[in-house]
Design a protein around this ligand. Structure first.
Ligand SMILES: Nc1ncnc2c1ncn2[C@@H]1O[C@H](COP(=O)(O)OP(=O)(O)OP(=O)(O)O)[C@@H](O)[C@H]1O
Length: 230
C-alpha cells in the first residue's frame, strides 16, 4: 500500500533522513518509533510532500508521489503534531471543507460529523473559531477532519498528545476500526503502552535511519535482551 524506498531528506547542509525504506500493507497499523529528533515527523512530512525529499521514491497503491501528486495526496488524511486550522473558518466550516475536498457523500459526511463531535464532546463548539478553542479542542477538530474521509492512508503524528483520557480512548478505538475497514495507519507516539495495544508493526528510527522494522510483539523481547546485554 504505502512504500518508501531509499528516501533521503536534507535540510540545509544536514541529512535528516537517510535511506528510509519500509512498507505498510492494507489495513495495517505501523508505529514509527524513536527518540526526540530521530526523524519521525520529518518522515510524515516527506510522505505528505510538506518536506521535499532529495532522493528515493514514495508510492501509495499505484500512485507515485513525484509523478501523480494530486492523486497520491487524495489517498492520505493527516493529523499533524500541531493542529493546523484556518483562523477564518468555524469548526463546522472545517468539517465542510474536508467533506468537499475529499468528495464525501453528504449523508455519510453528516452522520460522521454527528458521531465524531459527540464522541469527542465538541457538539457545542461547531460555530466557534479556532482562536476561541483550547489546544485540546483544536486537536480534536483536526482529528475529526482527518477521520471524516475514507482514505487509503491515515498519518497521525502524536495522536494522543493533548487529548483527555476519554478522547484518547475513543481515538484508539476509531483508529482500530479504520484499520479493520482497510485503511492503513502510520502513527508516531511516545506513549508506548497505547501504541503496543494498537500497532501490529513498528519501525524504529535512530538519527534519521531505520534501526529495525519488526512485529510489535517482538518489541518487549528485544528491549529485554538488549538490556540484558545479549
Ligand atoms: N526545519 C528544520 N530545520 C532544521 N532542522 C530540522 C528542521 N526540522 C527538523 N529538523 C531536525 O531534524 C531532526 C528530526 O526532527 P523530527 O522533528 O523529524 O524528529 P522527531 O523524531 O519527530 O522528534 P520528536 O519526537 O521530538 O517529535 C532533528 O534533528 C531536528 O532538529
Amino acid at each position: 500500500m504505502l512504500q518508501l524506498t531509499n528516501v533521503q531528506v536534507d535540510i540545509g547542509l544536514h541529512t535528516i533522513l537517510k535511506d528510509i525504506t519500509f512498507t505498510i500493507n492494507k489495513g495495517e497499523i505501523l508505529a514509527l518509533l524513536g527518540h526526540n529528533g530521530a526523524g519521525k515527523s520529518t518522515t510524515m512530512k516527506a510522505i505528505m510532500g510538506w518536506q521535499e525529499k532529495k532522493e528515493g521514491t514514495i508510492t501509495i497503491n499505484q500512485w507515485n508521489q513525484d509523478n501523480e501528486f494530486l492523486a497520491f495526496k487524495k489517498e492520505i488524511a493527516y493529523i499533524p503534531e500541531e493542529p493546523f486550522l484556518l483562523s477564518e473558518l468555524t469548526v463546522m466550516q472545517h468539517f465542510q471543507l474536508y467533506g468537499q475536498s475529499y468528495e464525501i457523500p453528504e449523508d455519510i459526511w453528516m452522520k460522521r460529523v454527528e458521531k465524531y463531535t459527540r464522541l469527542f464532546e465538541i457538539e457545542d463548539k461547531l460555530d466557534e473559531y479556532p482562536e476561541s478553542l483550547s489546544k485540546g479542542m483544536r486537536q480534536k477538530v483536526q482529528t475529526i477532519c482527518a477521520l471524516l474521509p475514507d482514505c487509503a492512508l491515515l498519518l497521525i503524528d502524536e495522536p494522543f498528545m493533548g487529548l483527555d483520557v476519554h478522547a484518547a480512548m475513543e481515538l484508539e478505538k476509531l483508529i482500530k476500526l479504520k484499520a479493520d475497514r482497510g485503511t492503513s495507519v502510520l502513527l508516531t507516539s511516545h506513549q508506548l503502552d497505547r501504541v503496543k495495544k494498537i500497532a501490529s508493526k513498528y519501525v524504529m528510527l535512530q538519527n534519521g535511519v531505520v534501526l529495525e522494522e519488526r512485529d510489535m510483539r517482538d518489541f518487549d523481547d528485544l528491549k529485554r535482551r538488549r538490556e540484558d546485554g545479549e
